[in-house]
Design a protein around this ligand. Structure first.
Ligand SMILES: Cc1cc2nc3c(=O)[nH]c(=O)nc-3n(C[C@H](O)[C@H](O)[C@H](O)COP(=O)(O)O)c2cc1C
Length: 208
């Protein structure tokens, strides 16, 4: 059965990015009732610290050295997470903006799955090559401010360009970003931003 993977990166019960993802997923499932949904909450998932054996495994790969047994075991966690992503025909990432970037749990997941020989490879002649197949991917980004122009009150959105590059690096090029913001401030502003984003997402879900 084809699969939609939803990576949720907000720890908040009343998360705006999470609520928007739910609106999207609900419509998506109406349109494609046969699809499986894989919900991955990055705050509940065990993400191993990126030190010790898993770190050494990455350097072994980069240096073209064989794994030790301990490195192989540590690397298996990264393999399982990358496979979970690769098994999905569609991907939704819902995330807050935190300090202009992304929450550390989402960065942590990217650090785990971005591995040579797993999601990318390096060829001296052609450079870096992604190893995952491309697939439609949606990023829902909620921010306290309104970053629809890429800036908000002199602050720059670093989450969008970072995620675009990190996902492209492993092969996900077909990425659409939907921003929700402002999520703080007067209710008429937050309500309008939420409504605008949900309307767009529900519309997108039918064609995703
Ligand atoms: C640690 C932290 C950092 C934040 N940094 C920013 C920021 O840089 N810019 C911004 O507009 N809002 C910032 N916010 C506000 C959140 O982006 C906003 O509350 C958003 O709705 C969170 O997403 P969520 O509702 O899905 O949890 C921050 C919130 C937290 C908790």
């Amino acid at each position: 059965m084809p699969k939609l993977l939803h990576l949720a990166a907000s720890p908040r019960a009343d998360s705006e990015s999470g609520a928007a993802a739910r609106a999207f997923v609900e419509r998506f499932r109406q349109v494609r009732p046969g699809w499986d949904l894989d919900e991955m909450n990055l705050w509940r998932e065990h993400l191993p610290e990126f030190d010790g054996e898993i770190l050494q495994a990455k350097y072994a790969r980069m240096g073209g050295r064989a794994f030790t047994e301990a490195q192989r075991a540590a690397f298996a966690v990264a393999e399982r997470m990358a496979v979970r992503l690769d098994l999905a025909e569609r991907v939704v990432i819902s995330t807050p903006m935190w300090n202009f970037g992304i929450p550390y749990k989402l960065k942590h997941w990217l650090d785990i799955i971005s591995q040579p020989g797993l999601t990318f490879r390096f060829d001296p002649a052609s450079g870096y090559l992604p190893l995952l197949k491309d697939r439609p991917t949606l990023v829902i980004l909620a921010s306290g401010g309104d970053f629809t122009t890429g800036m908000s009150r002199g602050r720059t959105d670093l989450a969008t360009p970072y995620l675009r590059e990190a996902l492209r690096f492993i092969g996900l090029r077909d990425v659409t970003f939907v921003a929700i913001g402002p999520t703080s401030g007067p209710a008429e502003h937050t309500g309008a931003a939420r409504e605008r984003a949900h309307r767009r997402l529900v519309d997108m879900a039918a064609r995703f």
